[in-house]
Each structure stands twice: as structure tokens, then as C-alpha cells.
Write a protein that binds this ligand. Structure first.
Ligand SMILES: [Mn+2]
Length: 358
């Protein structure tokens, strides 16, 4: 028997009963839900395509789905998931409209912190135990897409760092103010960014603790020291420790992205997995494989990259990790449903590993 749970990540446009059935058919029991819609800029037709890589215009407008963060709606999602045999386990990512000034240290910072506390209380009320977040100015940006995986499967990668400034009105690769003045955000120091993260965590973690919610930090994807002229926080495996040490608490957790950690130039992914799962702070795991290191890497199929997932699962079991593991991104497979086929392949492989290794 294993206690590792298999989860499925639902992009906003996939919150429907068909995709919920698909996830359950794949063997998932837990749902990680994206309430932010990153695909609004790419149009409905391309929504079954891979994750958007984000060019100069980013992932489009933030806040499009901000009105959906209500008790009523979250309970509705929970009920619908439950009716398909899925537990509403986590919400992944805050909408930039809720915290742009927390990230940027802007005038609305404290007001937005109060809003984030309310979101944490809301999650507690609904029984969602984790909120994943990514404290980043440039966000997931500056990547490329191509036939990088086995058999020419389309996936994302990186080839050099994007050093164009993040435009005013944009943060975390989404536009929160379409009427912002021209120009870009001035570069800040890495130290300043850590101070902003500390401010956020010191305010939010006590509320998370009271409400039985864990905040879970995603590392910087892609993991480079600067992107779009802005610093990054967790771009080497050891930097996660600094985040955990800000406040030792079960609520101060990690959204542990194996692919991103494998792309880091220092340390190694097995030691990092062992180190952080043995501390008990990993809330959930993103699982994907990769070939190469930042700033030059390619995302590939789960069984062909640099990471040996047999070794990873052995470490997880040894450390009695009992959280949730979800496939992160996968290469798309040539067929009528490229995204779904890639996802089913990844989850099937995960299921087999979990059954085979004991
Ligand atoms: Mn990830």
C-alpha cells in the first residue's frame, strides 16, 4: 500500500464534468484547481494545446475570473469534483489582481494582503487544504516551444534568458492594468524581493495556520537568477530552505516541482527531494521530466529525461511522503487530443511506478 495520492491539475477551462471524468479515469483521486485563466489570450480554439509559453504580451489579462473566488462557487466546484470521485485538494496560484502590489511593494499592498487572508479563510471554509503560489515578478516567462520530446512531440523549453523589462501593468506574466503608463518596472534587488516574500508570509501564515490551510511555494520556473531584469527567489535547490526558515510552520509548505528543480544548475534533484520531503513541508509535487539545465533545457516525456522517477518515488516512500503528486506539463502527443494523451501517458506511468515500488 502506498500513501502517495495521485492528483490532476485542472486549468480553468477544464473545470467541467468531461475533464473531471477523464481525470478519474486516469486514476487521479485529488484535484489541483487553477482558478486563474492563463489561456484567455490564446483563444478558445487553442485551449486544448499545451500551456502557453508567454511572449512579450504574457498570458493575457489577469482578473478575468476574479469574481469566481467565492464561497458559493468553490463549494460548487467541490461538489462537482466529489460527484466524480475527486477531492478538491488545492488551489494553484493567486490571480495577479489580488496581489500585484504585494509582489511589487505597491500602494495597495496591505489592502491586498487582507484580501489574500480572506482567500485563505475561504479555502479553509471549503476544506481546500493547500494554496499553491509562485512569488515572482516575471513569472513563468521567456520559454520556447518546439518538437523537443521523443518522436517530435511538441513541448516547451528554454534557450537563453529573456532580458526585456517587465512592462508596467504586468506582473507574473499577466496584465493587471491595461492602462498603465508605457515603460517597464525598475529592476529591484534579490534582497528586496526576499523582504517582500517575508512580509507576505509573516502576514499570511498565521491565518493559514488558524484555518488549516497550507501555503505551498513553487520554485522559480524557469530557474534563473534574473529574468526580464528582475530577481528570482528559489532558483537553486538550497534556496527553498531559506523560504522554509522564514517561519517554521506546517502551513509554510512547498509546491515541489521536480522538473524545475532538475533544471537548476546546482545540487541534484534526488538530494533535494530527500531533504525537503524528510522535513515534512512538501504539500504536493509537480512531476515532469526534462533534459538539460537552465537556461538551456527541453521538457520531455516522463520516462526519457534526466530524472529517474524510480529513484524519486523510492525516496518519497522512504520518507513516508503522503501528499499529492500531479503530472505537471507533458509533451503533446500527435492525435485528436494531444494534451489529454500526454497527460494520460504521464499519469499511467506514475500509477505504475507507485504500484511497482514498495
Ligand atoms: Mn511546476
Amino acid at each position: 500500500m502506498n500513501n502517495i495520492k495521485v492528483g490532476f491539475g485542472f486549468y480553468h477551462h477544464m473545470l467541467n464534468s468531461g475533464t473531471m471524468q477523464f481525470a478519474r479515469q486516469c486514476g487521479a483521486t485529488h484535484a489541483v484547481v487553477h482558478l486563474v485563466d492563463y489561456h484567455s489570450a490564446s483563444g478558445r480554439e487553442s485551449r486544448n494545446d499545451n500551456q502557453p509559453v508567454g511572449d512579450g504580451g504574457g498570458w493575457g489579462a489577469a482578473g478575468v475570473t476574479a469574481h469566481e473566488w467565492t464561497l458559493e462557487n468553490l463549494l460548487r466546484i467541490k461538489r462537482e469534483l466529489a460527484s466524480h470521485g475527486l477531492e478538491f485538494f488545492a488551489i494553484e496560484n493567486f490571480d495577479p489582481v489580488f496581489w500585484h502590489d504585494v509582489l511589487l511593494n505597491g500602494p495597495k499592498r496591505d489592502e491586498q494582503i487582507e484580501g489574500l487572508k480572506n482567500i485563505i479563510r475561504l479555502a479553509g471554509k471549503v476544506g481546500v487544504s493547500v494554496i499553491g503560489y509562485n512569488f515572482s515578478l516575471a513569472g513563468v516567462a521567456g520559454r520556447i516551444s518546439g518538437e523537443f520530446a521523443r518522436g517530435g512531440a511538441v513541448s516547451v523549453g528554454m534557450e537563453g534568458t529573456d532580458d526585456r523589462a517587465v512592462p508596467n501593468g504586468m506582473v507574473w506574466n499577466m496584465v493587471y492594468d491595461a492602462n498603465a503608463q508605457p515603460g517597464g518596472h525598475p529592476a529591484v534587488s534579490e534582497d528586496e524581493l526576499w523582504k517582500r516574500l517575508e512580509y507576505f508570509l509573516h502576514a499570511a501564515l498565521p491565518v493559514a495556520e488558524e484555518n488549516g490551510v497550507r501555503l505551498a511555494a513553487h520554485p522559480d520556473d524557469p530557474p534563473v537568477s534574473r529574468l526580464r531584469q528582475q530577481p528570482r527567489l528559489v532558483y537553486q535547490p538550497g534556496m527553498y530552505q531559506r523560504l522554509l526558515d522564514i517561519r517554521r510552520s506546517p502551513a509554510n509548505g512547498l509546491e515541489f516541482c521536480i522538473g524545475t528543480i532538475a533544471e537548476m544548475t546546482e545540487g541534484n534533484v534526488y538530494e533535494a527531494t530527500d531533504r525537503y520531503t524528510s522535513q515534512g513541508n512538501v504539500a504536493y509535487i509537480h512531476l515532469r521530466n526534462v533534459r538539460g539545465k537552465a537556461p538551456s533545457y527541453r521538457e520531455v516525456f516522463i520516462d526519457e529525461g534526466d530524472v529517474d522517477f524510480t529513484k524519486i518515488v523510492r525516496i518519497l516512500k522512504r520518507n513516508r511522503f503522503d501528499g499529492v503528486m500531479i503530472p505537471d506539463h507533458t509533451p503533446q502527443m500527435n492525435c485528436d487530443a494531444p494534451w489529454h494523451a500526454g497527460m494520460a501517458y504521464a499519469i499511467g506511468y506514475m500509477n505504475a511506478l507507485l504500484q511497482a515500488i514498495d
